[in-house]
Design a binder for this molecule. Structure first.
Ligand code: SRM
Ligand code: SF4
Length: 572
């Protein structure tokens, strides 16, 4: 396996940065006092990520500022830690107020990992940002950097008792795997200085790379297990959670032109009872900590460690460290991933309204004052909110007598649209330009129009109410999870994408590249041809991704480490 022998390889520069950071402090506090630059210097640029922030600048105005000999307009994006995406109305009001008053873009951006991001917060407001969040019980510890990130959980609140229990486990796992350093409180909250001397789980150099965990309740795979390093699949008996099947080693990122990188599905390790959950979580993390590649960051995630050492060896090590034995996995099935937009009733007779938020961008748009609408809802709502991994928002726990008022407010502010198609509901894009420094092509800003084109094609072939899981990602890092879509676009350069086909509705098959480096017009023309065939040749209820595989328009990816880069079969 490429570069996976840590013995004979030089550690990557990030290893020195972490090791010399004095448990993630670096000199961030000094940088904050430096008003000569809006940015962070040297190692701190990396270290602020462990505190949940990324240094960015607006790429739309970068060239203009350079012409004027100005440094880029440095600012930070902040990503909060919200296990399972649960946020109270009080928290929401505070989060939204800060965005309105102190962030350049004024938006609250829901992410594909059940949390929110601020974009464009300038240095003088950074401490205020953390202190405002802390005042309502929110932090941003370990939402970025080489640590376990925000823990996802199937969000539909009280559809069954299992949902509540699963969410409680997501919170426990998140807490258990958090860094123990006091750096965050010290720097941002002016907390008392407490020398950190050890990180019992993560170690002094933290993990080799980012690490992602979920708790999922089948048959929904809305949190997309195969994008994650570690997944706990909830197994219930008589309505009670009894344990988890554990899946390890998923991940979607790749690098154009580097065949040693590829998206990979997670492997089934087996079933554990609830009492072993935290021990197994810790053992998977520490095995990856000790066995992961610390030289080549492109091969450092758990998925590459599994490829390097083999699934059996990794699983045996986890059993040893956790003092647990994996039993045979219990049967379960994933059927779909979309959020159920609209009202559903929970077992407690409360009502839950899932709102479709295009691209997760909460802002007051012309004729669609989403941000104001949510503020008004938060002012009267007595339950809570749940952010979903599809960038949507659930207004959860509404009493029957409050339902009409919540619906009225949502409709008045464009949060409910009767004409919303199934296609738009099942389409998603990453942030990309103008804030993402790694973006190669547009994603969020091109999605709405591109979905309209797709809707027109479906209508033309009599498939108006059908949908294709359609996802766009501005570069091969895959934040919009295009590598688990039926049709996935992966940014290659300005206006150009690789077109991937053949994922499935349940998110258990990786799509293969069908055409490379093509523009939107060509993409839509190819999809027009394929959708016309799908309309006339499909079997009853056959999904588009299954159709293109059955018709041998594209070969399925069976084992991505071996066949992801094989030539596709073009049959048109
Ligand atoms: Fe991501 C880096 C946005 C989910 C894989 N991701 C970034 C950065 C921070 C760019 C950077 O490093 O400077 C992007 C910031 C853009 C911006 O301006 O906001 C960014 N990623 C996002 C979000 C906001 C996309 C969205 O539209 O919602 C998602 C935030 C999740 C969260 O709340 O934690 C987001 N990123 C993902 C996912 C999907 C998932 O986890 O379900 C993936 C693919 C799954 C995976 O990890 O394999 C993903 N992001 C990456 C990678 C590639 C990692 C790798 O294995 O190589 C990077 C780049 C890196 O880490 O070097 C990256
Ligand atoms: Fe940025 Fe690429 Fe992630 Fe999109 S996929 S947010 S362009 S890093």
């Amino acid at each position: 396996m490429a570069g996976n022998n840590p013995e004979d390889q030089k550690p990557s520069p990030n290893e020195r940065i972490k090791g010399e950071s004095n448990f993630l402090r670096g000199t961030i506090a000094q940088d904050l006092k430096d008003d000569l630059t809006g940015g962070f210097t040297s190692d701190n640029f990396q270290l602020i990520r462990f505190h949940g922030m990324y240094q960015q600048d607006d790429r739309d105005i970068r060239g203009e500022r350079a012409k004027q000999k100005l440094e880029p307009m440095h600012n930070v994006m902040l990503r909060a830690r919200m296990p399972g995406g649960v946020i109270t109305p009080k928290q929401w009001l505070s989060v939204e107020k800060f965005a309105e008053e102190h962030s350049t873009y004024g938006s609250v951006r829901l992410t594909t990992r059940q949390t929110f991001q601020y974009h464009g917060v300038l240095k003088p407001k950074m401490k205020l940002m953390h202190q405002t969040l802390a005042s309502v019980g929110i932090d941003s510890i370990a939402t970025a950097g080489d640590v376990n990130r925000n823990v996802l959980c199937t969000p539909n609140p009280v559809e069954s008792e299992v949902h509540q229990q699963a969410w409680e486990w997501a919170v426990k796992i998140s807490e258990h795997l958090l860094p123990k350093t006091h750096a965050y409180a010290e720097i941002w909250l002016d907390g008392e200085k407490v020398e950190s001397t050890e990180e019992p789980v993560l170690g002094p150099k933290y993990l080799p790379r980012k690490f992602k965990t979920t708790v999922v309740i089948p048959p929904q795979n809305d949190i997309d297990v195969h994008a994650n390093d570690l997944n706990f699949v909830a197994i219930a008996e008589n309505g009670k959670l009894v344990g988890f099947n554990v899946l390890v080693g998923g991940g979607l990122a790749m690098t154009h032109g580097d065949k040693n990188t590829f998206p990979r599905k997670a492997d089934d390790f087996g079933f554990i009872t609830l009492d072993k959950t935290l021990a197994v979580a810790e053992a998977v993390v520490t095995t990856q900590r000790d066995w992961g590649n610390r030289s080549n960051r492109k091969n450092a995630k758990t998925k590459y460690t599994l490829e390097a050492v083999g699934v059996d060896a990794f699983r045996a090590e986890v059993e040893k460290r956790a003092d647990a034995k994996f039993a045979e996995s219990r049967p379960y099935e994933f059927t779909d991933r979309g959020d159920r937009i609209g009202w559903v009733e929970g077992i407690d007779k409360k009502h839950h309204l899932t709102l479709f938020i295009e691209n997760g961008r909460i802002l007051d748009f012309p004729n669609k004052p989403l941000k104001t609408g949510l503020r008004k809802i938060a002012e009267v709502h007595k339950g809570d909110f749940r952010m979903t991994a599809n960038q949507n928002l659930i207004i959860a726990g509404v009493a029957t007598e409050d339902k009409d008022e919540i619906e009225r407010l949502a409709r008045e502010h464009g949060l409910i649209e009767d004409e919303l198609t199934a296609q738009r509901q099942n389409s998603m894009a990453c942030v990309s330009l103008p804030t993402c420094p790694l973006a190669m092509a547009e994603a969020e800003r091109m999605l709405p129009q591109s979905v309209t084109s797709l809707e027109d094609i479906l209508t033309k072939y009599g498939l108006k109410d059908e949908h294709i899981v359609y996802r766009v990602t501005g570069c091969p890092n895959g934040c919009g999870r295009a590598m688990l879509a039926e049709v996935g676009l992966v940014g290659k350069g300005p206006g150009k994408y690789n077109l991937h086909l053949g994922g499935n509705r349940a998110g258990t098959r990786i799509p293969r590249m069908y055409r490379e480096n093509i523009g939107e017009e060509e993409i839509m023309s190819i999809l027009d041809d394929l959708i016309s065939r799908w309309a006339s040749e499909r079997q009853p209820n056959e999904a588009f991704g299954d159709f293109v595989i059955r018709s041998e328009i594209i070969l399925p990816v069976v084992n991505s480490a071996e066949d992801f880069y094989d030539e596709p079969s073009y049959s048109i």
